[in-house]
Every structure is written in structure tokens, then in C-alpha cells.
Design a binder for this molecule. Structure first.
Ligand SMILES: Cc1cc2nc3c(=O)[nH]c(=O)nc-3n(C[C@H](O)[C@H](O)[C@H](O)COP(=O)(O)OP(=O)(O)OC[C@H]3O[C@@H](n4cnc5c(N)ncnc54)[C@H](O)[C@@H]3O)c2cc1C
Length: 386
């Protein structure tokens, strides 16, 4: 911890994975930190999440890895099926990965932030920000900080108020996500030879595109993500059209039925690219800066690793040097996220994950990136994969 940073103050906008990760990291490095969350409660609305090495390294550095292990799992393998024929079974033993529920990850980060003395203010909507390091709340109050982190998600008000040029690309597909009981015994009765502790990517492209991503999140909970094209009225219905989904994926009937008992929302995914992530004392992270298609399961991972490295860069600088430090941070870190976004977008456009054996070579670059390695800026793509 740098003694120079003791009196420094950060305002963080948004209590999602990006905002909470940066808040914990800042507090652990001696900053005073306040997080503004527009919601009336601290909660994560999504279902499950897969984290790769990049974000697990961050959680390890923040002292949270034991807690994460207690409520997560590593599936036996990533299996890809096309029209229910197995295309590939990738054990992914060379890479660190865990699956878990989003509420669990969110709660772990929020609890850690509170433990570290972060002030989290709910029902606190931020409506504007200036490069000098001020934010304006919906109440009209304006507050100043040495560093402002805009982690307010894909519709970022911080980004809008700074007029940062950006483009948005909507995907042709979307996903409805659920957390349901595993019901492993019932699934085993229907398909005894299947390893139901695998993560299984059930693709179906003919006669219609209906994909189920089956992800065990822990011993008890299954994360189901049901993908259908935006223009498929039946496929995008919530509650799901059970007849349609079970006619294509009959072996999943027990868990598809369970989705009718819980809330779900169809979500069309998108890619957001900004001309720049940094303006003066303000830096954008997470979906506010780089929302991406979920093909490679990396949006949250990039959010957490960029939040972490941003805090490292700002902490290493003196208060007056922060704007320059943020520019340097973006120059080093952004290319990894940009390439990951492009690859994820490409997979979404081509539905290329359906071919199996996709977790190989340069695709793995960002997943295996180590944001806690002080020498990471020197890694070339090739070096990073060595
Ligand atoms: C279908 C799908 C599957 C995915 N699967 C994975 C996966 O397996 N692995 C992975 O790593 N990533 C995955 N992602 C991506 C990941 O979910 C996101 O990238 C990540 O949640 C973004 O976190 P964030 O903190 O940037 O934004 P958010 O989670 O959107 O958090 C933003 C927070 O800011 C608050 N807020 C917004 N505006 C304001 C305001 N003006 N003032 C105050 N507060 C505000 C919001 O209420 C919210 O709490 C997936 C995404 C999708 C769509």
C-alpha cells in the first residue's frame, strides 16, 4: 500500500462486478471509496457466470479465492453437441476456470467491499460527470474525487454525460437465463451415459436455432441459458414455450420444466465500442466501456481485470499524475479487451462455437491473461500464450 494514497478519494458509479471489484481493490490500497448504486438494493439480477483465470487471479489478489471456491465448481469438461451428437469434449485442464451463480459472486464482492470500509450508497443515481473528477447525483448534489470510475453498465450515464463517441452493434441472437435445481438423478435416468457434471453446449441449428447452454454452477444449482434468434417469437417467449424447447432437447425436460417456476428475461446481446475509455480523472470499466457478446464468457472477466489494473495504475501515480496514468493504463490494457470483443462478436455472428474445440490458441489470450503480473504489459500475444 502506498502511503501517498491514504487521503485519496474515489467515487465509483455502479455496484456491478466492475464497480465492486474496483471498490475492494481501492480500499485495500488505502483509498477512501464511495460506491453509488441506483438500485434500492445491492443485488445482481443475472443467473450464472463462468470465470476464467484473468478474473480468478483478481479474486485471489483481493483475498477472496477461498470464499469463491466454497460456492463454485469447475465442471469436468466443456462438451459441445450439435443436434445432440457430441462434437467435442474439452477438459480445459490447462486453464483455470470456475462456474458459479451471479448472486453468489456479487454477494462475495459486496460483502468484501463493506468489510474493507467502502461506503455503498443505494438509491443513488449518478446523472453526470466531468473530467475534473466530479459527479452529479440525481438529488442535484455534486461531489469531487481524485478518481471517478464509471462502472454503470451498458447504458452508462457517465459515458453519456462525457459525450464519448461510441458505436453499438446488436446481435441477431439473445439468451434467456435461469437458475434451477440440478435434478441430476432425473437427467441421468433419461441419459445414463452423459456426464451431467460437464458444461454442455447443446446446439441445434436445423430446423431452427435453439441452443441450450447447460452449466452446473455448484452441487445444487444449474445455470441454464436458452439462446434463440431475436425474430423467433416462440423461442424468445418467457415463460419458455416448453413444448418447443423439449421437442428439440428432450433429455433436458426435467430442468426445462423447472424454468417455469422462476423468473427469466430474454436479453439480446450487444457489443459497445468507445473511442476512448478515459477522460481526465474519469475512467470507464466493464459494460460501460466494452459490453461484449457472451460467446467466450468474458464480459465479466474483462470488467474485473480492467477494474483491477485501473486501480493499480491510479494507485502507483501521484494525485496530480492520475489523468496521465489512466491514459497509460488504457493503452496497455485495452488491446486485450478489444481483441476479446472482436472474437466474441465473430463467434456470435457465425455461431462458430457450435463447431466445438473452440477454446484453443489465441482465442484463450484474454482468459489466461494475468492482471496481477507486474510484467504483463510486456507480454505479446504469443508470449502470453507460451
Ligand atoms: C447472456 C450473457 C451471459 C454472460 N455470461 C458471462 C460469463 O459467463 N462470464 C463473464 O465473464 N461474463 C459474462 N457476461 C457478461 C457480464 O455479465 C457483464 O460483462 C458484466 O456483468 C458487466 O458488469 P458491470 O459491472 O460492468 O455492469 P452491470 O452488471 O450492468 O452493473 C452496472 C451497475 O451500475 C448500476 N447503475 C447503472 N446506471 C447507474 C447510474 N446512473 N447511477 C448509479 N448506478 C447505476 C446498475 O444498477 C448496476 O448495478 C454475460 C453477459 C450476457 C448478456
Amino acid at each position: 500500500m502506498s502511503m501517498n494514497n491514504k487521503q485519496r478519494h474515489a467515487e465509483v458509479v455502479g455496484a456491478g462486478f466492475a464497480g465492486l471489484t474496483s471498490a475492494v481493490a481501492l480500499a485495500r490500497r488505502g483509498w477512501s471509496v464511495r460506491v453509488h448504486e441506483q438500485g434500492s438494493q445491492l443485488r445482481e439480477q443475472g443467473a450464472g457466470i463462468l470465470l476464467w483465470q484473468n478474473s480468478l487471479r483478481v479474486l485471489e489478489d483481493l483475498g477472496l479465492i477461498d470464499e469463491i471456491y466454497a460456492g463454485s465448481m469447475t465442471p469436468h469438461a466443456y462438451e459441445t453437441r450439435m443436434q445432440n451428437q457430441t462434437v467435442s469434449v474439452e477438459p480445459l485442464t490447462d486453464v483455470w476456470w470456475r462456474t458459479m451463480t451471479r448472486p453468489f459472486l456479487h454477494n462475495t464482492l459486496a460483502t468484501a467491499a463493506q468489510r474493507e470500509g467502502v461506503e455503498i450508497v443505494t438509491s443513488s443515481e449518478v446523472v453526470g460527470a466531468t473530467p475534473s473528477g466530479s459527479i452529479t447525483l440525481a438529488s442535484g448534489e455534486t461531489v469531487e474525487a481524485d478518481l471517478v470510475i464509471g462502472a454503470d453498465g451498458v447504458g452508462s450515464a457517465v459515458r453519456t454525460s462525457l459525450n464519448i463517441p461510441h458505436e453499438r452493434q446488436m446481435s441477431r441472437d439473445g439468451i434467456t437465463r435461469f437458475l434451477v435445481p440440478r435434478r441430476k438423478a432425473d437427467l441421468q435416468k433419461l441419459e445414463p451415459d452423459t456426464d451431467w457434471d460437464n458444461m454442455i453446449d447443446f446446439w441445434n441449428l436445423d430446423p431452427r436455432v435453439l441452443r441450450v447452454l447447460y452449466t452446473p454452477a455448484n452441487d445444487d444449482v444449474l445455470y441454464l441459458a436458452l439462446m434463440a434468434p431475436v425474430d423467433d417469437v416462440e423461442g424468445t417467449e418467457v415463460p419458455i414455450n416448453l413444448d418447443v424447447w423439449t421437442s428439440i432437447h428432450p433429455q433436458l425436460a426435467p430442468v426445462l420444466e423447472e424454468t417455469l417456476k422462476v423468473e427469466g428475461k430474454y436479453f439480446r446481446y450487444q457489443t459497445t465500442r468507445l473511442d476512448y475509455w478515459v477522460d481526465g480523472r474519469i475512467a470507464l470499466v466493464g459494460d460501460a466501456a466494452n459490453a461484449m457478446c457472451p460467446a467466450l464468457a468474458q464480459g465479466g472477466g474483462c470488467a474485473m481485470m480492467n477494474a483491477f489494473t485501473l486501480v493499480e495504475a491510479a494507485t502507483a501515480a501521484s494525485a496530480s499524475e492520475i489523468p496521465e496514468a489512466l491514459i497509460a493504463w488504457e493503452a496497455i490494457e485495452r488491446p486485450y479487451t478489444d481483441r476479446c470483443q472482436t472474437r466474441s462478436q465473430n463467434y456470435a455472428d457465425t455461431r462458430g462455437m457450435s463447431q466445438g474445440n473452440q477454446f484453443q490458441g489465441e482465442v484463450m489470450e484474454t482468459m489466461i491473461y494475468n492482471p496481477t503480473d507486474p510484467n504483463r504489459g510486456h507480454l505479446s500475444v504469443k508470449g502470453g500464450l507460451a
